[in-house]
Write a protein that binds this ligand. Structure first.
Ligand code: NDP
Length: 291
């Protein structure tokens, strides 16, 4: 089985590395040097053009948004053969996934939306979770390739369902970051140490991945490593809020989170997602972790 991977960013680079250790894998990246580095590190084959990746049986993409995925579709559709399975690991939007699925089915090709969670750490260790939208047949054919970088594979529905679940998860991530920042700022004002408060919260019903794994090092330790851009999380929450509006679901919390993240993005620019906490710190005139 021949595979291809397009988009060797923070996530795609290690994911394609796992793939290349098991299957013959051709890689393409907009800036060629990452693909050259991948070729040297993992023995993947280098593609200079998108067309050169289209001979694969299973083709993966991992771009920032569905816009970049849709942009390469004409080149893939022109050069790929019937039977191709295109697995899009971008955290994209459900409508674009359905459009791509229809475009491919018309040419006897198959599309799976397969966004991932688990962060850069999970991508490097090959322990990602992936949520799949598409047909069971296509998923079963792609499963051995997915298993090279994902330890949990969940089929959540038809085309677009994977993107919808991913956006919902990201909305919860955004809500948690902002809400935890607010309550910790209030506690510090009352003289309570955030570390002591987290010690309690992480053994209690208010805990989350944000309180357990992100805040201790990144916010209280003031580390803010760049692992997942604020721009990407804001995009995800925008997709979630938009979907809720389209379904006619009143969604004041996700809507407010979307608005707050849009403001944070304008104020803070190209920073890690957890740095959204800094906007609320600025508004309250205090910094967490300095007790
Ligand atoms: P990065 O910004 O690190 O990588 C983006 C990749 O897309 C790079 O290969 C980049 O190429 C390429 N790219 C950007 N714009 C274009 C374009 N116009 N045409 C072609 N290629 C382009 O992003 P991540 O790897 O962090 O994220 C990728 C996806 O995975 C996103 O949808 C994100 O939301 C999702 N995700 C990210 C996680 C994380 O922790 N980082 C966790 C889970 C999901 P170049 O190298 O040339 O810039």
């Amino acid at each position: 089985m021949k595979t291809a991977f397009l988009g060797l960013g923070l996530m795609g680079y290690p994911m394609a590395g796992h793939l290349a250790k098991v299957f013959p894998t051709t890689v393409w990246n907009r800036s060629l040097e990452k693909a050259e580095r991948h070729n040297q590190e993992f023995g993947s084959s280098l593609a200079n053009t998108i067309a050169q990746t289209a001979g694969a049986d299973i083709l993966f993409t991992c771009f920032p948004t569905s816009k970049e995925v849709l942009a390469i579709a004409p080149q893939i559709l022109e050069h790929a053969k019937p039977g191709l399975i295109w697995v899009d690991c971008t955290s994209g939007d459900p409508a674009s996934a359905r459009t791509l699925s229809n475009m491919l089915e018309a040419k006897s090709m198959h599309f799976l939306d397969a966004p991932v969670s688990g962060g850069v750490k999970g991508a490097i260790s090959g322990q990602l979770t992936t949520m799949i939208g598409g047909t069971e047949t296509a998923l079963n054919a792609a499963r051995p390739a997915l298993e090279t970088f994902a330890s949990k594979i969940v089929h959540v529905g038809g085309a677009g369902a994977g993107m919808a679940v991913k956006a919902a998860n990201q909305a919860l991530l955004g809500v948690n970051i902002l809400a935890l920042t607010e309550v910790l700022l209030g506690l510090e004002k009352q003289g309570v140490s955030s570390r002591a408060a987290l010690d309690v919260i992480n053994a209690s019903s208010g805990r989350s991945n944000v309180s357990q794994n992100l805040f201790p090092e990144r916010v209280l330790g003031r580390a803010f490593p760049n692992t997942f851009a604020l721009a990407l999380m804001t995009k995800d929450v925008r997709i979630a809020a938009q979907s809720l509006r389209e379904q006619g679901i009143p969604a004041p919390i996700v809507g407010l989170t979307e608005n707050l993240l849009e403001i944070a993005l304008r104020q803070l620019g190209d920073v890690d997602h957890v740095a959204a906490a800094q906007m609320l710190e600025t508004w309250s005139g205090q910094e967490l972790g300095n007790e």
